[in-house]
Structure formats: structure tokens, C-alpha cells
Design a protein. Structure first.
Length: 308
């Protein structure tokens, strides 16, 4: 089986705010490929130009980049030009999914359940935003992942600082900002593998703080898979997530985050087209519950690699 994949470049690292997590994901993917007997190697676009892949001549690229150019369609476009098949979604779907504001607008136009949200251009817009969305609310960068720059605003006087945290990220980049109504409920994530929705994962974070630190560097968050959700409701969520995945034009694999309310309704928050593959990551967790071990998961994702 290993021979069918040829030489594989595992793209990891990059220069986004999620570089640290990407390196962990990439090393896990690389180890799985090497253990499966595949001729794989690490490639970090932050350390050498992406065009060096022309000289390397890999048969495929496994994208383990998170955020920034690795998830916004830029790397995908470069790989298309080099005619190197790659994992995950293509250029347009990647760009749309990373942009949470446009994803929300598209999903709403498709009749899918999403929170109310507004684009915010200045920190002094707090009173108008709060009048529209109420408190508490969420302020976050439009194009970033791993909960980087995300703040739950409880009081009006916190809005300006929340806007600043979202507008200027830890790596110094400036970003568009959106405010979103806070949805109280159960945090769930729904992984998609090929044309299949994997079992839901229920996330139980201390005081609701499913932030960057708790996601990756502590063990205080509890994950439940199976999620303990009513079977009919889980099937409904799975159908909705697959529709949302298709609406964005995604392919290969991905992961939707959502909130289940006490009344049984739910709201889609975002779609990740290059999810994490770390020891704390949710797609491997869902795959394991479906009887797919980590190596099989990596090989399944790789088998769907293509251009265009």
C-alpha cells in the first residue's frame, strides 16, 4: 500500500499564529507516514520558499499547516500551479472556510443555523454592537483558528480591549474583526472524512474556557466521544454538517464546530479545512471512535489528495 503514495511532503510550521500547533500536527502525521513505510519528509514554508517543492518533486503534499497561507487558499494555489496533488480542500473552499464572516453569510443564505454576527471596524463601536447582539458576546478575528484572539465580552467596558486583541494578533498581523452573539449550550465538533460524518465529540471545558492554552497544553478539558447525544439529533447534525461542508465546496476532510442548545436546536460556528492532528485534536478522537486508528486516518486523508 505504501508504494502507491510515492514521495510525500508533509507541509508544517508556516508563519501563522498557529505555527507551534502546526509543527506538532505535522510531526505526528510524518511519524505515521514513515511508520507505514511511506517515503515522507517535512517541509516548512517558513524556512524555505514553497517553490522548492518543484525541485523536490513529491508525488503528493499532506497539508498540516494551520491558519494563514496554509489554510486560506494560498498554499493550495501554489500546489495547483506546481501540479502537486494535496490533501484537503481546494483554493476557494479553503479561503471561504477560513473567513468566518463569509462562511456565516454563505451558510445563512443556504438556510443553515448560524449565530447573529457583525463585522466590526473599530473598538469604539461597542455600544452599537452590544445593542444589536446583546451581552455576553464573542469578539474574534475573521481569519484565525485555535481560539487565537477570541474574547468573551461580559461587560461593555471590555469591548475595546477585546477588539484590540482580535485586530492585532500575537505575531503582529492585523486582522478583520467580527462580533458574534454568545450561544449558551453544549460545545460539539463534527468531523468529516470523505463523504462520511464521524461520531460527534462533546467538549467540556472548565468554566467554558476552551481557549488556546486549554486546547493544546493542559489536560483540564474533558472530551466525550461518543458524545452522549440523542441518536436522532446526532444524525440530524451529521446531515447538516455534510450539507454545510458541501456548501463551502470543501473536500477530503474537515471539522465543523457547533453549539447544541437546551431546546435541541444548534448553531454552526465554523468549518476547519486543515484540522489539528495533535494528541489533543478532535478529528483523530472521532476517527478512533469510528474504529479508524491514527495511521489509517492519515492514509485515508492522503488517498484523497488531488489538484484543482
Amino acid at each position: 500500500m505504501a508504494g502507491r503514495f510515492g514521495k510525500v511532503a508533509v507541509l508544517m510550521g508556516g508563519d501563522s499564529a498557529e505555527r507551534e500547533i502546526s509543527l506538532i500536527s505535522g510531526q505526528a502525521v510524518l511519524a505515521a507516514l514513515l511508520a507505514a513505510g511511506i517515503k515522507a519528509y517535512a517541509f516548512d514554508p517558513a524556512e524555505q520558499p514553497i517553490w522548492r517543492l518543484v525541485d523536490d518533486r513529491p508525488d503528493a503534499a499532506f497539508i498540516a499547516l494551520h491558519g494563514g497561507a496554509g489554510e486560506d487558499g494560498t498554499v493550495q494555489a501554489a500546489l495547483d500551479l506546481m501540479k502537486i496533488p494535496y490533501t484537503g480542500s481546494g483554493v476557494l473552499a479553503s479561503a471561504l472556510a477560513l473567513d468566518k464572516r463569509r462562511t456565516t453569510l454563505l451558510w445563512r443564505a443556504c438556510g443553515l443555523p448560524v449565530p447573529r454576527s457583525l463585522l466590526v471596524t473599530a473598538g469604539d463601536q461597542g455600544p452599537a454592537v452590544i445593542a444589536e447582539l446583546g451581552l455576553p458576546l464573542i469578539v474574534k478575528p475573521v481569519r484565525e483558528g485555535s481560539s487565537i484572539g477570541v474574547t468573551k465580552v461580559m461587560r461593555a467596558e471590555e469591548f475595546a480591549a477585546a477588539f484590540a486583541a482580535a485586530a492585532t494578533l500575537p505575531d503582529g498581523r492585523h486582522e478583520e474583526v467580527m462580533a458574534e452573539e454568545f450561544i449558551m449550550g453544549t460545545e460539539l465538533t463534527a468531523a468529516v472524512l470523505g463523504r462520511r460524518a464521524l461520531p460527534l465529540v462533546r467538549i467540556e471545558a472548565p468554566a467554558g474556557r476552551y481557549d488556546y492554552q486549554n486546547k493544546y497544553f493542559t489536560d483540564v478539558v474533558k472530551y466525550h466521544c461518543p458524545a452522549g447525544i440523542d441518536a436522532a439529533k446526532e444524525a440530524e447534525i451529521a446531515r447538516t454538517v455534510l450539507f454545510a461542508f458541501d456548501a463551502l465546496g470543501c473536500r477530503g476532510w474537515g471539522r465543523a464546530d457547533l453549539i447544541l442548545l437546551d431546546d435541541g436546536s444548534f448553531r454552526l460556528l465554523e468549518m476547519n479545512t486543515a484540522p489539528g492532528m495533535t494528541g489533543h485534536s478532535l478529528v483523530p478522537m472521532a476517527a478512533k471512535a469510528a474504529g479508524i486508528d491514527f495511521t489509517a486516518l492519515v492514509l485515508t486523508i492522503l488517498a484523497e489528495a488531488r489538484c484543482g
